[in-house]
Design a protein around this ligand. Structure first.
Ligand code: LLP
Length: 446
């Protein structure tokens, strides 16, 4: 099947779907539902695809590039190893993500640590692990990291800046405009911008080694021009710092945010195309500024893991509901909901679903897939055509749930979180086991 499904999703002549060579009915029987299913070959191919696309395009302009996988999209020990096997490094945003990357055996040098409010213990653990870079997010944090490090072993830092470029699928996930918490702005009505102040402050502290400048402009970006505008702004700041101090920083990170298809007919950004466009544009900017190119890095999360995942649910109650204009909407309740995928409720995100355990010759009906939680906003798929005979016991799959599904899951209504099951070459294994009610009760101290 095509996008938004992972490349390993196939519907056979009898209508039954397999993922990575495994029949979804076998997955449901073996692991229960709901379950997140990750197509390992698809995920690895996307990781490789991004790395190769950027390496090739940037080699053509004479620049190096590193690809960091943004673990916030979904991180487990196995996934950290897969992406590292494919030549990616790992970007973490908290001590918890750092702990997973370290448990996976990722060398500290291949890990980055972000965060706009890092705790002392997160900073200490990152330094102890020898992370390749700490991305500092505020002026006070620069001093905190410097105080925790030593001039004998300076901490490698990048300064996160905001360029004013807004991009992405939803206001909450556009992280570079000014009225928000991340980074240091490159804009200043007069005097040094906060970003310039940050860079100067890092240079003034012998306990810090200034690697470069970081900019992340948003998420689920489908119009790539924002990357180019932001990159030009960052390269300009780099050139300004050089003319001011003589220090031309070695690295520039352009962040993540590459958009994917969620619905049939949508198309994910093509890494080859976007790598080429960004490379051409940064080469032109560096040429205009008269500065040699830095080493670049990017941090895709969603684009690597999103399309590789699907969620398998079992249908329960099916209820026809007459809506205002007289049409019938069929409410199809599944055994999960907003606790395993908060994105529709939080961002109005749209998804696609299909009945995957059988075929049906019935005409389709307008359906809404809803969860089992106690609120009416508990919607999994707003509008989708499902077979008219959709019924209890049917297996339903929702496409492209690999990113920000399990990683944002909750225990709302004391619903245990589903397992993450990997499929590959006809076999399956649990990466993260299903939570149980005992797990939840174990936290309750009575
Ligand atoms: N780098 C930085 C500094 C980031 O803040 C993010 C995402 C990424 C990389 C990865 O972005 P991606 O390639 O995955 O778009 N929970 C939201 C997305 C929040 C993204 C926050 N930062 C969602 O479900 O859409």
């Amino acid at each position: 099947m095509t996008e938004p499904w992972s490349t390993g999703v196939v519907r056979s002549a009898d209508g039954v779907v397999t993922v990575g060579g495994v029949d979804v009915r076998v997955l449901a029987e073996t692991f229960g539902t709901p379950a997140y299913v990750l197509d390992e070959a698809d995920l690895r191919a996307r990781a490789r695809g991004y790395r190769r696309a950027f390496e090739t395009a940037f080699a053509e302009i004479g620049a190096g590039v590193d690809v960091y996988y943004a673990g916030k999209a979904f991180l487990s020990v196995a996934v950290a190893r897969w992406v590292h096997d494919e030549g990616l490094r790992v970007d973490t945003a908290t001590g918890g993500e750092l702990a997973v990357a370290l448990r996976a055996g990722i060398p500290g040098a291949d890990i980055g640590l972000h965060g706009n409010n890092k705790s002392d213990s997160e900073i200490a653990r990152a330094l102890e692990a020898g992370v390749g870079r700490l991305i500092v997010d505020s002026l006070v944090e620069i001093d905190r990291v410097a105080d925790a490090a030593s001039a004998a072993h300076p901490a490698p830092v990048m300064v996160r800046v905001t360029t004013g470029v807004h991009a992405g699928g939803h206001e909450y996930i556009s992280t570079a405009h000014e009225d928000q918490k991340f980074g240091l702005s490159i804009h200043a009505p007069d005097g040094d911008s906060p970003a310039m102040q940050g860079l100067l402050r890092v240079l003034a502290r012998p306990e810090l080694r200034l690697l470069g400048i970081h900019s992340h402009i948003g998420s689920q970006i489908l119009d790539p021009s924002g990357f180019e505008v932001a990159a030009r702004a960052v390269l300009t700041l780099r050139a300004d710092l050089a003319s001011r101090t003589g220090v031309l920083v070695d690295e520039v990170d352009l962040g993540g945010g590459y958009g994917i298809a969620y619905l049939p007919g949508e198309v994910s950004l093509d890494p080859d195309r976007i790598a080429k466009d960004i490379a051409t544009s940064v080469a032109a900017s560096a040429h205009d500024l008269g500065t040699p190119l830095p080493r670049f890095s990017i941090e895709p999360g969603r684009a690597i893991v999103g399309p590789a995942g699907l969620t398998l649910y079992t249908v329960g109650t099916v209820k026809p509901v007459r809506i205002d204009d007289g049409t019938i909407r069929t409410y199809v309740s599944v055994d999960g909901g907003m606790s395993d995928n908060i994105r529709p409720a939080l961002y109005g995100a749209r998804y696609h679903a299909e009945v995957v355990g059988r075929c049906s010759s019935q005409e389709s009906v307008l359906a809404r897939v809803v969860g089992k939680h106690c609120e009416s906003g508990d919607i999994v798929v707003h509008d989708v055509q499902l077979p008219g005979d959709v019924r209890a016991g049917d297996l339903l799959a929702v496409a492209a749930t690999g990113a920000y599904g399990r990683s944002m899951a909750s225990n709302y209504n004391h619903v245990p979180r589903p397992p993450v099951v990997a499929v590959s070459d006809g076999s399956s294994r649990v990466l993260v086991r299903r939570e149980t009610e005992d797990d939840l009760l174990a936290l309750d101290q009575g």
